[in-house]
Design a protein around this ligand. Structure first.
Ligand SMILES: *Cc1c(COP(=O)(O)O)cnc(C)c1O
Length: 423
């Protein structure tokens, strides 16, 4: 080796990965899932029951509508969408989203309030990036869809948690919001209909959330990716209804309601009737974010007007009925399983939180241990509560084919019975 390569080989590399992205694997859904899958027993001939991700599109009964697939095919065939789209999205798509959402809002949205994103996930990433800055903090619920935590930290936001109350159907504990907020708090995030809890906030409660946010001088970021997926007593109320109380940013997509998570299209929408977001440079920052980030493919945006305007109620109500039936059989089935209880019947979204009573079991250490052993012994995948911030709870996704769900609950029951003390 010559002199030069020796010195090079001794060079100490001056880089390292973003430490915020190196959390324990079980603290993200994908990470937990990878861990569980690696524990599956390949010699078990039974099918794997995926009660772990809200992705029913894997089952034939949860196929999207042909109106949506036709709209995509037409957009491709038209050759109209081959150029780079404008960074905030193509106008017909933004207009279609504005019209679609305005149907349930008191004030009409304009296309300028809408930014097209790669799913609700990019919308979340975008807004946290825009709000980020050292010394600032954001309020997230416990339990929470885990991406918010990672995105917030990666955006230099300190994360503070407020509680959701299982005894009050997972309503926001407004006292805990007030307790953790300070003058450096920029926003609070809510998810409604709720993932992971399967709850739906009432109009009255959302109004109180808005009033609390106003008092604190913060905005509300509302993840409504499950908009309209409600089947209990509370109707879906968009947070944008309260935009005149405090500024609201709504995140959404077609992933869940149209059962096409792989198409990667969604939106970020500002509800700012009093121009507060504009005045504080938030709108400008959102625009700048999309100037330097990526955005959804033009032809998928091109299909959005038809997808939103033409999908019929028959499709929505058929899918909603399937999800509702699954939610009911999940809730009823769990009543017979020793060691786990479901404090609230799910009213929306595709999943629910159930509480694990570890003391019932002989040889189970905690929720993660429970889920790993369940995967190994019964080929059933359920997300440990730790992935959504609640130790010794489980997040159960019920939006799967009925026969799989029944099989899954049966296996869950025999697992719990087998591991119970004195079994
Ligand atoms: C699925 C999900 C997302 C991601 O939605 P995409 O449109 O697939 O990016 C965001 N938030 C919540 C609460 C979800 O359940």
């Amino acid at each position: 080796m010559d002199q030069k390569s020796t010195t090079l080989s001794k060079k100490k590399w001056g880089f390292r990965g973003n430490s915020e992205l190196q959390a324990e694997p079980e603290t993200t859904i994908r990470g937990a899932l990878t861990l569980l899958m690696s524990n599956l027993n390949i010699s078990d001939d039974r099918p794997v029951i995926p009660m772990s991700v809200s992705e029913p599109s894997a089952f034939p009964c949860f196929k999207t509508t042909q109106i949506a697939t036709d709209a995509i095919a037409e957009a491709v065939k038209s050759s109209e969408f081959t150029s780079y789209p404008p960074t905030e999205g193509i106008l017909p798509a933004r207009r279609a989203v504005a019209e679609h959402l305005s149907k349930t809002l008191p004030d009409k949205l304009s296309p300028d309030d809408v930014f097209m994103t790669m799913g609700c996930q990019q919308a979340a990433q975008a807004i946290l990036h825009v709000l980020g800055g050292s010394k600032l903090n954001i309020l997230l619920p416990i339990p929470c869809f885990p991406y918010y935590d990672v995105y917030a930290r990666s955006s230099r936001l300190e994360v503070r948690y407020y509680n959701l109350l299982p005894d009050k159907n997972w309503e926001v504990d407004l006292d805990s919001v007030i307790a953790v907020a300070d003058e450096n708090t920029v926003a609070m995030v809510i998810i409604n209909p709720g993932n992971p809890c399967g709850n739906v906030f009432t109009y009255h409660h959302l109004k109180k959330v808005a009033e609390t946010a106003r008092e604190l001088g913060i905005l509300v970021v509302s993840d409504e990716v499950y908009a309209h997926i409600v089947f209990g007593e509370n109707p879906y109320v968009p947070m944008g209804v309260f935009g005149s109380i405090t500024p609201v940013i709504t995140l959404g997509s077609i992933s869940k309601r149209w059962l096409v998570p792989g198409w990667r299209i969604g939106w970020l929408v500002t509800h700012d009737p009093d121009g507060i977001l504009k005045e504080h440079g938030i709108i400008k920052s959102i625009q700048q974010y999309f100037h330097v980030s990526t955005y959804p493919p033009a032809f998928i945006q091109g299909a959005i007007p038809d997808i939103l305007a033409k999908t019929n109620d028959e499709f929505f109500s058929r899918i909603l009925n399937l999800i509702k039936e699954s939610a009911n059989s999940c809730y009823e089935g769990i009543k017979d399983v020793p060691g786990i209880t479901c404090p609230n019947k799910p009213q929306g979204s595709m999943c629910v939180m159930v509480k694990l009573d570890i003391s019932v079991f002989e040889d189970i250490k905690d929720d993660l241990d429970f889920c790993v052993k369940l995967a190994k012994e019964e080929s059933v995948l359920i997300l440990p509560g730790v992935s959504v911030g609640l130790r010794n709870w489980l997040r159960v996704t019920f939006a799967i084919d009925q026969s799989y769900l029944e099989d899954g609950i049966k296996r869950l029951k025999s697992f719990c019975e087998r591991h119970s003390k004195g079994a």
